[in-house]
Design a protein around this ligand. Structure first.
Ligand code: TTP
Ligand code: MG
Length: 414
C-alpha cells in the first residue's frame, strides 16, 4: 500500500489534538477479565433467545462469526452455536469505566465522556501538556491494558475525524490523522462514515450523485443547500475535515433534570419507561422555559439496595423537545438495568448546552425524530397556567398515583 497523505508523521503536532478513546468489546472484555477461562473464546453478553433477547455486545472472537450488538439472540445462537453466554454485570462495567476515565483525566482534565466506554480528550500541545499527542495516546493504551481491558484511539484535530479514526483498526487500534491530512483521510469514505449522516441524508446525497465524503467536500454549496438548508456549509466543512467543535468538559456541564422516587419499586421495563414518559415533559418544559437545548441525555436509576447507576447518550444536535429525547432515554435503560432489578428512583436529565450549537439541526433528518414543537408549546401554556398535574400524555397518568415523593426541579447534575 502506498503511504497515504494522512499518515505522514510530522515532528511536532501543530494545533489542536483530540483523542477519541473507545473501549474494545467493552462488556464482553470485562466478562473475559473476570472469567479467565473465557479469554480467547467467543463470549456474548445479552439475553438468550428463549427470552427473546438481543445481544448487548460480543467479544471479537464471537464477532468473527458475524455476531454484533443489537442482533436478536436467536440469530447470534445460530451464527455462533458454541458461544459462551452471560448476562450483564453493570456494577463491574461502571467500576472499570470509572477507572479508565480516571486514567484519562490524569492525562488531561479536558475530558468529555460520551458514554460508558467512550470519551474525547483534548491533548493539544500547550493547552494542558506539551507532550506529543500520539505518545499520550500510546501511553493511555498501555495504562488501560494494565486494567485488563483494551481500547482503541483515534487522534486528530477535530471530533468527527478522531471518532472515525478510533473505529478504523479495532481492537487495540491507534489511528492518527495528522494536521492537514483530514480531507485525504475522509475522501474515499462512504458519506455514511460521517457521524450524523444517516440513511436519509445518504440517500438524498446519492440521488445527486454523491457517495463519498471526497465528492461531498467538492460539491458546490448551491447543490447542497436544497438538502441541508443553512447547514450546507457546515456539512461540507465536516466532509473536508473542518470541525471546530470544542469538547465540553464536565465542569462546564449543567443539566436540567427531574427525578422521582416511587412508593413501590418498579420491576418491569415498561414501568421504567412509564416513569421516563412522566419525567420527560417536565424536563422538556423546563428547558424551553429557560431557552436551553442540550445534546446529552442522562438517565439515573436508584435500586432497592440504594446503589445508583447512570447512563448517558450524546445526540447529534441540541434538543429541548421531549418527543425527541424520551426515545433515546428509553434505549439507555438496557445499559443499567436488567430484568430482576428493583428500581426505587428514576431520574432524567438533559445537559451539554454549549458547543454543539453550531451543528444544531445539521443532520437533523436522521437519528433524531422531527419532534413536535407546536404541540409542546401549546402544552407548555396549559401547564404554565394550571400546573404540571393538569395535563398528562398517555402513560404519565398510569404512574402518577404510584409516586410517593418528588424531588423538585433541579438544575444541578444528575
Ligand atoms: P460500543 O463501544 O458501541 O461497543 P463495544 O465496546 O462492545 O465494541 P467496540 O469494540 O466496537 O467498541 O458499546 C459499549 C458497550 O455498550 C458495549 O460493550 C455494550 C453496550 N451496548 C449495548 O448494550 N447495546 C448496544 O446496542 C451497543 C451498541 C452497546
Ligand atoms: Mg466500545
Amino acid at each position: 500500500m502506498e503511504p497515504s497523505d494522512f499518515n505522514i508523521p510530522e515532528r511536532t503536532w501543530k494545533g489542536r489534538a483530540l483523542l477519541l478513546v473507545d473501549l474494545d468489546a467493552f462488556f464482553a472484555s470485562v466478562e473475559q477479565l473476570d472469567h479467565p477461562e473465557w479469554r480467547g473464546k467467543p463470549v456474548i453478553v445479552g439475553g438468550r433467545s428463549d427470552r427473546r433477547g438481543v445481544v448487548s455486545t460480543a467479544s471479537y472472537e464471537a464477532r468473527a462469526f458475524g455476531v454484533h450488538s443489537a442482533m436478536p439472540s436467536a440469530t447470534a445462537e445460530r451464527l455462533c452455536p458454541d458461544a459462551i453466554w452471560t448476562s450483564s454485570h453493570f456494577d463491574r462495567y461502571h467500576e472499570l469505566s470509572a477507572q479508565v476515565m480516571g486514567i484519562l483525566k490524569d492525562e488531561s482534565p479536558l475530558l468529555e465522556q460520551m458514554s460508558i466506554d467512550e470519551a474525547y480528550l483534548d491533548v493539544s500541545p500547550g493547552r494542558y501538556t506539551g507532550e506529543d499527542p500520539v505518545a499520550i495516546a500510546a501511553r493511555i493504551q498501555a495504562r488501560v491494558a494494565e486494567l485488563g481491558i483494551t481500547c482503541s484511539i483515534g487522534v486528530a484535530t477535530g471530533k468527527a475525524v478522531a471518532k472515525i479514526a478510533s473505529d478504523m483498526d479495532k481492537p487495540r487500534g491507534l489511528t492518527v490523522v495528522y494536521p492537514g491530512g483530514e480531507a485525504a483521510f475522509l475522501a474515499p469514505m462512504d458519506v455514511r462514515a460521517m457521524p450524523g449522516i444517516g440513511k436519509q441524508s445518504a440517500e438524498r446525497l446519492r440521488r445527486i450523485g454523491i457517495r463519498t465524503l471526497g465528492a461531498l467536500a467538492d460539491t458546490p454549496l448551491d447543490k447542497l443547500t436544497p438538502l441541508f438548508g443553512v447547514n450546507a456549509q457546515a456539512v461540507r466543512d465536516r466532509a473536508r475535515g473542518i470541525d471546530p467543535r470544542e469538547i465540553a468538559t464536565e465542569s462546564e456541564v449543567k443539566s436540567v433534570s427531574h427525578e422521582r422516587t416511587f412508593a413501590t419499586d418498579l420491576v418491569t421495563r415498561e414501568e421504567i419507561e412509564d416513569a421516563i414518559d412522566m419525567l420527560g415533559p417536565m424536563v422538556g418544559r423546563r428547558l424551553r422555559k429557560k431557552g436551553l437545548a442540550g445534546h446529552t441525555v442522562t438517565i439515573k436509576l436508584r435500586y432497592a439496595d440504594l446503589s445508583r447507576r447512570t447512563a448517558q447518550k450524546g445526540l447529534p444536535a441540541n434538543v429541548d423537545d421531549e418527543t425527541v429525547f424520551i426515545p433515546v432515554a428509553k434505549r439507555l435503560i438496557d445499559e443499567i438495568w436488567r430484568p430482576g432489578d428493583s428500581v426505587r428512583l428514576v431520574g432524567l436529565g438533559i445537559s451539554g448546552f454549549e458547543a454543539h450549537d453550531e451543528q444544531l439541526g445539521l443532520f437533523a433528518d436522521e437519528e433524531l425524530p422531527a419532534g413536535n414543537a407546536e404541540l409542546l408549546s401549546a402544552a407548555d401554556k396549559i401547564r404554565d397556567k394550571f400546573g404540571d398535574g393538569m395535563l398528562k400524555f398517555g402513560r404519565e397518568l398510569k404512574i402518577r398515583h404510584e409516586t410517593s415523593g418528588t424531588t423538585g426541579m433541579n438544575d444541578g447534575r444528575l
